[in-house]
Design a protein around this ligand. Structure first.
Ligand code: UD1
Length: 421
């Protein structure tokens, strides 16, 4: 069991490169199954979730290897269409196998993902959409089995612009017969990246990034070499950390346009920001001020994945900030932990009222999920004294060697192994 120990209160300085986006890489790895031949994916982060996806692809019969940030996937050996229960439990994103396996092999069986700490997370949009594309779906004993001789294009309206459902359906539709329209589709940069990857392989997808995606089915896809987009949530986390701890940093390999509303709110809170084509410089010299309202929403709204990290910053901002979570119903698990560090936060249903305090103090806290963990790292960097964060494995799902990154920016942060007994 590992913990992170942070001696807070040191401003950050220096420059750091952001790794490729986990949430772009995962569906792209699944989509690579639909080709014949070897796909080469570049700048794939070295994270637990990516390892699990590699294991799943291998368990299906694909050959997969990694060299540094480059992953090679050759799917011609696939002869299994069942994603094992243990894999589904490790990572919800194994859902992404449904679209590609169904499209290319006509069948797939996955176990239903259970609830997780940030809410119930149903999969009805995925299943309803696949049904509209002609899949026969049977649900029994916790499994979902889908079959289709060949999927047929259709008009799909999503009740909510779900990221995962948009990706799954987009992948399923590229090899379907005829035209598919996905209305009220998610518009996240990761959706655009997946569409670019599919198009590079010979698919015909247009409108990704707008609310309506059009897909003309094709017979075959060919392998490609592709670089995934930078991780906007990791970039945002670094900028938030420097805002909380103070100092001056440069974040490289980032697309400022992917962080529009986040940069606006950071400026409102007192950060000075300069953006370039693929890097962002941030300085924070003045005291922080409260931000009137942050409300999470599908892109280009404020990303739910940065709600907890931003709250950590606002605990130190003069005045009262209001944060509303509209995407996931139970995403305030970090509030308790931040309170242990001295934060003054009240939650009413889906809204948190954060009254800034002059200082946070180090404490023993636990990362309850990935982004809650990132919030605690930020709080720890800004707090006086030592913060110890338990359950670091959650943080490792989304941040590659987080302690090295912050160490290189001058923080005092160490990973410790703690024996269970
Ligand atoms: C993805 C991201 C996650 C991010 C989230 C929202 C990946 C691997 N994960 O998750 O980091 O926090 O987008 O930006 O890319 N919903 C349904 N039925 C469904 C599907 C979703 O009701 O069939 C609901 C969910 O419960 C949730 C909302 O829709 O309340 C948004 O979920 P969705 O956009 O699907 O998130 P994910 O794709 O799971």
């Amino acid at each position: 069991v590992e913990t992170l120990a942070i001696d807070g209160g040191r401003p950050l300085s220096g420059s750091v490169r952001v790794h490729g986006a986990k949430n772009a890489a995962l569906p792209i790895m699944a989509a690579a199954l639909m080709t014949y031949g070897e796909c080469v994916l570049e700048d794939v982060p070295d994270l637990k979730d990516i390892d699990v996806m590699m294991e799943i692809l291998q368990s299906l019969g694909a050959s997969v290897s990694r060299q540094g940030g480059t992953i090679t996937i050759e799917p011609s050996g696939i002869n299994q269409y069942v994603v094992q229960d243990e894999m589904m439990r490790k990572m919800r994103s194994s859902l992404f196998l449904m679209g590609p396996l169904l499209a290319k092999h006509g069948q797939v069986r996955v176990s239903k993902p259970g609830g997780c700490t940030i809410g119930t997370r149903p999969i009805d949009f995925h299943l309803n959409g696949l049904k509209l594309l002609g899949a026969e779906i049977q649900e029994e004993n916790g499994y979902v089995e889908c079959k289709a001789a060949r999927l047929k294009g259709n008009h799909i309206y999503l009740d909510y612009p779900s990221v995962g459902a948009t990706e799954n359906l987009m992948m399923a539709a590229v090899l379907a017969e005829g035209t598919t329209v996905i209305e009220n589709a998610a518009r996240e940069p990761e959706i655009v990246d997946l569409a670019n990857f599919l198009n590079a392989m010979g698919a015909s997808v247009s409108g990704a990034g707008d609310g309506t995606i059009f897909i003309e089915g094709v017979e075959r896809l060919h392998p490609v070499q592709y670089r995934v987009i930078p991780d906007r949530i990791v970039a945002g986390t670094l900028l938030l950390a420097a805002t909380a701890a103070g100092g001056e940093i440069e974040v490289q390999n980032v697309r400022p346009i992917h962080l529009g509303v986040v940069l606006t709110k950071l400026r409102d809170a007192g950060a000075e920001i300069r953006t370039y084509l693929d890097r962002i410089q941030l300085k924070r010299r003045r005291p922080l001020v409260a931000v009137d309202r942050i409300q999470t929403a599908p892109y280009p709204g404020f990303p739910t994945d940065l709600q907890a990290p931003f709250m950590a910053v606002l605990t130190l901002a003069k005045g009262t900030s209001v944060l509303s979570e509209t995407v996931f119903e139970e995403r305030f698990k970090h509030v308790n932990e931040l309170q242990r560090m001295g934060a003054n936060i009240k939650v009413d249903l889906r809204t948190a009222f954060v009254k800034g305090v002059p200082r946070l103090t180090g404490a023993n806290v636990a990362a309850t999920d990935l982004r809650a963990g990132a919030a605690l790292v930020i709080a720890g960097l800004a707090a006086e004294g030592t913060t110890t964060i338990e359950q670091v494995h959650h943080i490792d799902r989304g941040y590659q060697q987080i302690e090295r990154v912050f160490e290189s920016l001058g923080a005092s942060i160490r990973r410790k192994s703690k024996s269970r007994f």
